[in-house]
Design a protein around this ligand. Structure first.
Ligand code: AMP
Length: 446
């Protein structure tokens, strides 16, 4: 299996530290709002990568951190008057619900920053003891000059950190030094105690403290979106390699391309986003997942309803073909050359840096070839079994939706109960039911 690493900028044969085991870490969300479909793109990509690694025989342990203490959360708390802790827990819960609906189920451990303060403080202390970090008036900083290899992941220079710093009112030795611990700034912000006074961790240190705790100082794969290469991942390497004295911290650095709208990255700050919840009101999760996987994970995706519609039609084609393969088991051995060719192409593509669009193309070749062939019952069984595996690897269900009258009846029943609650003026409960149904994608207007 060949995997492209941002660190070496080429594809390399995949060799793990421990045979058949993969320790995988992907930067998780900052939980202050609902996740948008750009986030969905990145997490679908890594979920599929995990699925494929497992299918290929690796035991994968996949950790995602949850940034539950951060400026964005604190600002949201100040705006709304809701405690930062409550905001973080609410959006963490909603994030995990969204991921489950996208069939992104591969994360083995969600590690909150605030649950790892001992590890964070311990790592900062060792950086100070080794002379890489120093305490100042307003925090603890990493002294960037002390780590000569800074920039090896991004090929960018220390000076470029300037654009990411917030120099105002800081007491750093050098402009580019980045924060490991931020001392309390105001009385209304959440703080944690530390040897350097009350405050909170910097963003970069939470990831290396978490990965060092669970994986040790070197591990196999680190992932995230392209925007995290600099300065976040660069700072992670700096911290971890400084503290451990070992290199490389991570063998393979994988970065996803952006999901764009009209050529611009979908993001909260540009206000051009669609939340996963909004999308799933009109589109099913399989369609979105299939849409995402129809582009290679490192390439940008241009999001539009038209291309989503195109993906829906393509997926429909696979589903119809899949349902046509229903036959009774039995008969003779399958010797379908068509199937073997499709399998070879599918696995060769996935082994080539998880090239899902090429792998999916092999499925369409298979479908077209089958149209011109008289398949035996066992051919069909073998092809169906292969498609079941593909469905698992891509995380996309190939069963045609069954129109379930049962769920309609259940929905009517809930609506009737809600009407009775409203008639009895029990609005708290009836509004709660409406909000939760809205979250599930049902539009209910009174
Ligand atoms: P954030 O909470 O903004 O740090 O994002 C969480 C993860 O989603 C990071 O790995 C980001 O790189 C990724 N991400 C954010 N926006 C997009 C986007 N438009 N396309 C792809 N990935 C994104």
């Amino acid at each position: 299996m060949d995997i492209y690493s941002t660190l070496t900028r080429d594809k390399q044969d995949f060799k793990t530290i421990n045979e058949n085991r993969v320790n995988l870490f992907v930067c998780g969300p900052t939980v202050y709002d609902d996740a948008h479909i750009g986030h969905g793109r990145t997490y679908i990509a890594f979920d599929t990568i995990k699925r494929y690694l497992e299918y290929s025989g690796y035991a994968v342990f996949y950790i995602q951190n949850i940034t539950d203490i951060d400026d964005k959360i604190i600002n949201r708390s100040k705006e709304s008057g809701i405690p930062a802790h409550d905001i973080a827990r609410k959006f963490e819960k909603r994030y995990i619900e969204d991921m489950n609906r996208l069939n992104v189920t591969g994360v083995n451990l969600f590690a909150r920053a605030t649950d790892h303060l001992n590890e964070i403080i311990g790592q900062i202390q060792r950086l100070i003891d080794k002379g890489f970090a120093y305490e100042s008036e307003d925090g603890v900083y990493f002294e960037i000059e002390k780590f000569k290899e800074f920039g090896k992941l991004s090929n960018r220079k220390v000076e470029e950190l300037e654009s990411h710093r917030n120099l105002a009112h800081t007491s750093k030795r050098n402009e580019q030094d980045f924060a490991l611990w931020k001392k309390r700034e105001g009385s209304d912000e959440p703080v944690f105690s530390s040897p350097w006074g009350d405050g909170r961790p910097g963003w970069h240190i939470e990831d290396t403290a978490i990965t060092e705790y669970y994986f040790g100082d070197q591990y196999d794969v680190h992932g995230g979106g392209l925007d995290l290469i600099f300065p976040h991942h660069e700072a992670e390497i700096t911290q971890m390699e400084a503290v451990s004295g070992k290199s490389p911290m991570v063998r393979y650095w994988l970065h996803t391309g952006f999901l764009n709208v009209n050529g611009e990255k979908m993001s909260k700050s540009l206000n051009n986003f669609i939340t996963i919840r909004e999308l799933l009101k009109d589109w099913d999760a399989d369609t979105f997942r299939f849409f995402v996987l129809s582009t290679h994970y490192r390439s940008p995706i241009d999001f539009s309803k038209d291309s989503l519609h195109q993906s829906q039609k393509s997926l429909e084609k696979i589903k119809k073909f899949y349902s046509s393969l229903d036959v009774d088991a039995g008969e003779v051995e399958c010797d379908s050359k068509i199937l073997r060719t499709a399998q070879d192409e599918f696995f060769a593509s996935m082994d080539d840096d998880f090239n899902t669009p090429k792998a999916i193309a092999a499925i369409f070749v298979l479908i077209n070839e089958c149209k011109n062939t008289d398949l035996s019952g066992n051919d069909k069984i073998a092809i169906k079994s292969f498609l079941d595996d593909v469905s698992y690897m891509l995380g996309v269900d190939f069963n045609l939706e069954e129109v379930s009258s049962g769920s309609d009846e259940l929905f009517d029943l809930i609506m009737n109960v809600r009407q009775e609650l409203r008639a009895a003026k029990q609005y708290d409960l009836s509004d709660k039911i409406r909000d939760e149904l809205n979250d599930l994608g049902y539009e209910i207007n009174d």
